[in-house]
Write a protein that binds this ligand. Structure first.
Ligand SMILES: [Ca+2]
Length: 343
């Protein structure tokens, strides 16, 4: 400010000097006019007064100009002060803004630190999970290899078994062919059951496949089935042809383990029908060899046997049916008769 005032003062002086030069030329003119008017008399008295008045006038004028310049400088100073104040305020505002930004940056730094920590935690978890996964994959791969080995082993065994089965099937086919070519219609064997002497039985393989024991066969009409109780109890006939196993043996056999029943009927036109029951069990002699269980029926002959369920066995000398007549006599055969219409 001080420098600015000095410049202003110098400027004012310079203006004043220039004005004085201009004024002086006008003054010289006035002097000359006064000198002419006053002549040599008034010159000595008036001239100094005039010069003094002129000097005062000039100084007042210069003073007024200086005052004006001073006012202008004062205004400039005031303006500059305002500008400075404004700048200071602006700086303060900027400082506040900077402080606010610093706080914001600090908060952001904290947030960033938290996020970094979270990311590190997540990474650690991810690594842990991946390690666990890798371990599981390795375990599973090991299991798969083990299974593959087992499968391979089973495949080898299966191939060996298939070869054995094929061999057995070939042998069975050969055996069946031999049987087919022979005159035998069935195979006989000895069966052993608890509480009874071993006894021969006939196995049929043609009617319903292997494994069926024949308890009755009536095909040739050579055997008389009109027998008494004792004969039906012990059995009769030829194992290879017409035959009845005997009620006591059938009782022991069906009691020893669950049995199915298969009945095949062939009429005089060679039409064959069959009936199959999922269970077959008869009671003891004390129960008159009652038909205790029969199971579910299947086949194409119609279910003619279920109605005999719970019936006792009847022979010509033992009437256990439910009608007045003895159906065993009527039909000349023993059976689990219900009435004489059905058997
Ligand atoms: Ca009767």
């Amino acid at each position: 400010m001080e420098n600015q005032l000095k410049v202003c003062s110098m400027f004012m002086i310079l203006i004043s000097t220039l004005s004085f030069v201009a004024m002086e030329s006008a003054e010289c003119k006035a002097k000359r006019e006064l000198d002419t008017q006053c002549g040599k008399y008034c010159y000595k008295i008036v001239k100094p007064l005039l010069e003094h008045a002129s000097s005062v006038f000039q100084k007042e004028k210069a003073l007024a100009e200086i005052q004006l310049k001073a006012n202008e400088c004062t205004q400039t100073i005031a303006d500059l002060q305002k500008t400075v104040a404004f700048k200071v305020e602006l700086l303060n505002s900027k400082d506040k803004h900077l402080a606010s930004q610093a706080l914001l940056i600090e908060a952001k730094d904290k947030q960033l630190a938290l996020q970094t920590e979270l990311i590190n935690t997540y990474k650690a978890k991810k690594d842990s999970i991946e390690n666990e996964k890798d371990k599981k994959i390795l375990t599973l791969e090991s299991l798969i290899k083990e299974k593959d080995l087992k499968i391979s082993d089973l495949e080898v065994k299966n191939t060996a078994n298939s070869a054995k089965i094929n061999d057995l099937q070939t042998k069975l086919a050969k055996y069946l062919k031999m049987l087919e070519q022979s005159s035998c219609k069935s195979i006989t064997s000895i069966i052993k059951l608890p509480h009874v002497e071993p006894f021969p039985v006939s196995y049929d393989y043609k009617i319903a496949g292997p494994g069926w024991t024949v308890i009755q066969r009536r095909i040739g009409g050579t055997e008389d089935f009109n027998r008494n109780w004792e004969e039906y109890k012990t059995g009769f006939g030829d194992l290879q042809y017409d035959y009845f196993m005997g009620l006591e043996k059938i009782h022991l056999l069906t009691q020893s383990q669950p049995h199915e029943l298969y009945i095949q009927l062939e009429d005089f036109n060679n039409e064959i029908r069959n009936a199959r029951y999922t269970h077959f069990l008869i009671g003891s002699e004390e129960e008159s060899y009652k038909l205790i269980k029969l199971g579910n029926f299947s086949g194409n002959s119609g279910d003619a046997f279920t109605k005999h369920l719970n019936m006792k066995f009847s022979t010509k000398d033992r009437d256990n049916d439910l009608v007045t007549n003895n159906c065993a006599i009527v039909h000349e055969s023993g059976w689990w008769f219900h009435n004489c219409s059905h058997w």
